[in-house]
Design a protein around this ligand. Sequence first.
Ligand code: IVH
Length: 717
Amino acid sequence: MPKKPAPQTSPALRTKSVDQLSKQEAVQELAGLASEIARHDALYYGNDAPEISDADYDALRRRNLSIEQHFPDSVREDSPSKRVGYVPASKFAKVRHAIPMLSLDNAFSDEDVLDFVARVRRFLKLDADTELAITAEPKIDGLSLSLRYEDGRLVTAATRGDGAEGEDVTANARTIADIPRVLAGDPPEVLEVRGEVYMTAVDFETLNRRQAEEGKPLYVNPRNTAAGSLRQLDPGVTASRPLKFFAYAWGEVSAMPANTQMEMVKKFADYGFQINPLMKLYTSAKGLLEQYHTIEEVRATLGYDIDGVVYKVDDLALQERLGFVSRSPRWAIAHKFPAEKAMTILEAIDVQVGRTGALTPVARLAPVTVGGVVVTNATLHNAEEIERLGVKIGDTVIVQRAGDVIPQVLGYVEDRRPKDAWAFEFPTVCPCKLKTPIVREETAGGEEGVVRRCTGEFACPYQRKEHLKLFVSRRAFDIDGLGEKQIEAFYDDEVLPIRAPADIFTLKKRDDAHELQKLKNREGYGEVSAGKLFAAIEERRVIALERLIYALGIRHVGEATAKTLARAYGNWQAFEEAALKIADGDETAREEMDALEDIGGAVIDSVARYFAEPHNRRTVEDLIGELKTIIEPEKPISDSPVAGKSIVFTGSLERMSRDEAKAMAERLGAKAAGSVSAKTDLVVAGPGAGSKLKKASELGIEVIDEDEWFRRVGEGG
Ligand code: IVH
């Protein structure tokens, strides 16, 4: 059976308590969480530019874990609980970690810490009077780095990446003064030292002052700056950024020079590393919590950002026995600090219209510094949130940010409410000139949801502009020289406006028709750059079908869905015909689309709604009229040895990522399924394969390893 999760989770579902979820809702929400968490991972690790607070991110992960615990059969192959970090960016060579770089489980309260200690004691079957030594040390808010030394010399430095494979940043790491190129003392032959690269507050401010003087954009916070600095292609740039390093963990070690965490870290100091002076040893949860509060008190004076305290079982033999659960060790936990807060005045509430027409109220705040960043805006999410908070314009509000970019309003200070504070009324029509009515979107359960949406779609200027930005984006039409900034400018241009996709393709013709106000004579353009832009546009009259479908900006049709649709329908005419039929209420056409893997009601409804809207249809027709060739998707290879087979990949794959494996199977004409059933033809299992492998052998399905897979399909990998 094809798995058919809806691609997005409705926020209303998210608020339901986990034990009230039906199995179907759980499956749907897990699908939504997997893609949402993956997106935030990409923003955080890939672009060093997170969109949500660490606290909100942790909440998403916790929610995911909790649903998985209630519905263990519904754990997805691509579940966030099965991976750490993010697949490395391709600009650096990859380094496979000899021992995976794992993550830490989080504790948010004293109780979570007591649970952790109790859990460890239970696991080790320690009786009440056996002491258990645990270390406590600051959790540095930087990025982790693994340094491999052979015969005392630094040979590779790698970022964490997805935990199994990171990026080779050796040349950059060599420019960091805290990282010895040659170790002192008597280190083991092979030693992988792991720790955190970070930037001090003073260095961060100096760097930002320099940026400001040079008229360059300011960096958001030290963590992202450190990450960005380390991941520079030019080591010269890294060298010019003052980075530091604390050693606190290790990977491969040829001969262990110590038996405890504490001694091992002390060895690091002997070898020439900086170690954190606040690391201490305790034998009770009470001691750990005291140290947590002490560190919390001195936090502001440390001069570098920390976001919690890490506790680790000290005895390495016990660590070994405790082992790991999926992405984190059982012997350690990170006790996070609560997010940082500040008070300021709520000056106004604006409503923003997003690309999908969703209206988001945004708090405009009197500038205030929270955790070293000046905050002037905060999201208020939706009308219900404003009501729940009870805030009025003019109120003194409490804002919070936790190493994030979009701060939140937590509440207001009652004593400080001015007499003339006034309540915000949510508009009933879109702030765009069309004054299109606003609807409340229904949730999966058919109830009225919290999201208010403008019904104008392409007719709504706000949405149109956002639609256009998506249209030219890298994964859509990807037009060189025509990005978000240029769309902003051309959109309101009186001479050469771009208001719809087709306008992009008539740009040159319209420019040619002008005698005087030509693009090449404008500020920012010249003969060459204007010519380049026109050439880049010309080039995109030839476009791949999946890019075209994605570029239309149909709600719920992301890149993956666009690909599925493109593959299934094969050409534009077939897709358009199906969409129009569905919009007309044709049941057979709907069922056909419904039969596609990973495509469900939400996608079909929005395809139908999109094509039912005359304005959208005209926009699309105009665009198609401008295109020369729509490239049809590659047909899967039908004579490959696995063509037509249903294949399940399970366990950890070493030569390819799971996505790569699935793509390869599809290219070879096979179907990559998520779960093993009687219909499965072949299971490719890597180390750590569990229930799927078991099920395969129960059902007598052929199981092969990754090497055999490559042998069979005759690709080198
Ligand atoms: S120990 C197997 N100690 O936190 C666990 N991690 O969420 C190895 N971090 O990826 C990590 N300070 O980047 C450890 N004193 C500390 C840390 C620390 C910061 C980071 C590290 C890790 C993440 C885990």
